[in-house]
Design a protein around this ligand. Structure first.
Ligand code: GTP
Ligand code: SPV
Ligand code: MN
Length: 589
């Protein structure tokens, strides 16, 4: 398949370690994938769904203890602990390799070693990078074949280069006490053991495209971010692109595929999805920031996805999709999840594989972090630029999270460094996307807390540095919060498609057109500045005033919390950011 000596010698070492019965090179052909799907159905690893209603669709259930990313067992193994920084778990690389090799040794006995060559980014694009994942799981092969570009063509573009990311996954016996997701940024290496859940084992995704790539970006002068990319076409036919960083489970997939409200549709607004989770961004020849989505599919949250909230996502999952940990309807062999419709199956099977009556059971049929793995090309609103190797130009960068209070619906930062400050202080309530407590507010800078592959203080400095290079061509930076609650716990803002109203203000601000008022935290629209046509009955002017309020007392408390948050970074915190905090405190006086 390849004569690349760095690849061949690494594969030989891996093979000697894991001792498989067989080796299979994944070549990217439909014939080979179909053969693997058949095998997975025979062994029970996957269930073939109703092929008339959902052609090419399958269901998979993971172990009950293996349903989300495990941040406590995720390590950045840089040679020096301080280079992993205060926000990552760290292990000494030599100790970690030894521990992982002991776990991996002989673990493929009687099993097949699958070798997956893949590209993050369109094959051969100047943004793209190559990875090789070795796994003993057909589920991983099939998911990687949807999420990334896989096949023999990868060997051609790689040639004899040594610039590729090594990834070893060993399912072992999914023992949660021996589960480790380890990144070795200085060695371009990832080792993941004792899990079979997406974010832990689809090594091209969070492990490579964020943890390793963020480190590469720092070295090479580009950015790997936990961001969706979205194109918005206005009635004049101009398309502008924004990228947005929200923490896991906070609405990236939904925003990336939004359906414009009726009034906007009639005026001629259109949405084009470029990506829903990860953006790789470089400064282009014209000095602007250009972004690609390095992925080739969507690994989206199933619960809550329905024909009203996200019809584009639903349509995307109707063929060639692998569902993980959703409920099965035995009557017609289709899938169901909470929030799909009001008609759960009576004759169902829950995500744990137990008989389940959705009409009477008090338990959930699907796990809250159950997911679909769907090809990007299925998406009805996929951007014509999706496969373009040079990416799309970014006009605005948007940060956001789940905040019941404090943070207004939207505000614009005072400039690049202030925007970096806004990203660095992001806080959000935790969701089911990672194991652990749900609904706890934590600081999640740039939505990268679980994904930054090096010292977060240095990562902030890299952002400041990129701003210097971009100068007046830098995207404008904003913050949004779709999740503000009233005193009864209801969302104040309708969200979903109506978020376009906020994006519209954001793009007008980028053009210097829209109005705003200056507050201590930045520029906020007045209720009149947001186009509320068609929404007047649902959201009163008083509610709008509420959502847009910047409460000085709350923000003084916030400033104290930020002071604490910043202490962690010690002298790795860029002086520009401590200056921003001081200036905010000044404005709040
Ligand atoms: P990851 O795939 O984990 O990175 O998540 P994500 O950021 O792509 O989040 P996703 O779009 O899947 O949304 C997660 C949940 O947030 C959905 O099930 C919705 O319930 C909720 N959500 C998304 N957008 C909105 C919104 O505009 N308003 C409200 N109230 N909820 C939203
Ligand atoms: C996230 O948790 O941000 C995801 C899902 O997109 S996972 O691939 O598990 O990381
Ligand atoms: Mn994500």
């Amino acid at each position: 398949m390849t004569n690349n000596q760095s690849v061949l010698s690494w594969l030989q070492k891996v093979k000697d370690l894991v001792k498989p019965a067989d080796v299979m090179w994944i070549d990217g052909t439909e014939e080979q994938l179909e053969m693997l799907r058949k095998t997975a159905v025979q062994t029970g690893e996957m269930i073939k769904l109703n092929q008339e209603k959902m052609p090419g669709c399958y269901l998979h259930r993971t172990a009950e203890n293996d349903v989300a990313r495990v941040e406590g067992r995720t390590f950045i193994c840089s040679r020096k602990e301080e280079d992993a920084g205060p926000t990552n778990h760290w292990m000494d690389p030599q100790k970690c390799y030894k521990m992982l090799f002991d776990i991996a040794r002989g673990s493929y006995a009687g099993r097949t070693m699958y070798i997956i060559p893949y590209s993050m980014g369109p094959v051969g694009s100047p943004f793209a990078k190559v990875g090789v994942e070795v796994t003993d799981s057909i589920y991983v092969v099939l998911n990687m074949s949807i999420m990334t570009r896989v096949g023999n063509k990868i060997w051609d573009v790689l040639g004899d280069s040594n610039d590729w990311v090594r990834g070893l996954h060993c399912k072992c016996n999914v023992d949660p006490d021996k589960r480790y997701i380890c990144q070795f940024p200085e060695d371009n290496t990832i080792i993941s053991v004792n899990s079979a859940y997406g974010g832990n084992v689809l090594l091209g995704k969070k492990c490579f495209a964020l943890r390793i790539a963020s480190y590469q970006g720092k070295q090479e002068g580009w950015m790997a971010e936990h961001m969706l990319i979205l194109g918005i076409q206005n009635p004049k036919g101009e398309i502008k692109y924004v990228s947005a960083a929200f923490p896991s489970g906070c609405g990236k997939t939904n925003l990336a595929m939004l359906i414009p409200p009726e009034g906007f549709r009639k005026k001629g607004y259109k949405i084009f999805t470029v990506g829903d989770d990860i953006a790789w961004m470089r400064i282009g020849p014209d000095g602007r920031l250009w972004a690609i989505n390095p992925e080739n599919g969507f690994f989206g949250i199933a619960p809550g996805t329905n024909n009203k909230s996200n019809p584009n996502a639903l349509a995307t999952t109707r063929k060639g999709t692998i569902f993980t940990n959703v409920a099965l309807n035995k009557d017609d062999n289709t899938v169901w999840w909470e929030g799909l419709d009001k008609n759960p199956p009576e004759n169902g099977v829950d995500w744990k594989g137990r008989p389940w009556n959705g009409k009477t059971s008090k338990e959930k049929g699907a796990h809250p972090n159950s997911r679909f793995t769907a090809p990007a090309k299925n998406c009805p609103c996929i951007s014509p630029e999706f496969d373009k190797g040079t990416g799309v130009p970014i006009s605005a960068i948007i940060f956001g999270g789940r905040r019941a209070q404090t943070t207004p619906l939207v505000y614009q930062s005072r400039g690049w460094n202030n925007g970096v400050f806004v990203g660095s202080i992001m806080a959000s309530e935790t969701t089911a996307a990672a194991s652990g407590a749900v609904g706890v507010v934590r600081r999640d800078p740039m939505a990268m807390l679980p994904f930054c592959g090096y010292n977060m203080g240095d990562y902030f400095a890299h952002w400041i540095e990129m701003g210097k290079k971009l100068g007046d061509k830098a995207p404008k930076i904003f913050n949004v919060n779709w999740f503000r609650l009233d005193k009864d716990g209801n969302f104040l803002w309708p969200g979903f498609g109506d978020n376009l109203r906020v994006l519209d203000w954001i793009l007008d601000r980028c053009d210097g057109k829209a109005n705003s008022v200056e507050t201590p935290i930045g520029y906020v629209p007045t209720p009149e500045d947001i186009d509320m046509t068609g929404l007047e009955d649902a959201v009163s002017p008083e509610t709008m005033k509420d959502i847009l309020t910047v409460d000085k007392d709350q923000w003084r408390k916030e400033a104290d919390a930020i002071t604490e948050h910043y202490k962690k970074f010690g002298d790795r915190l860029p002086k520009e950011l401590s200056a921003e905090l001081a200036a905010l405190k000044q404005r709040l006086q």
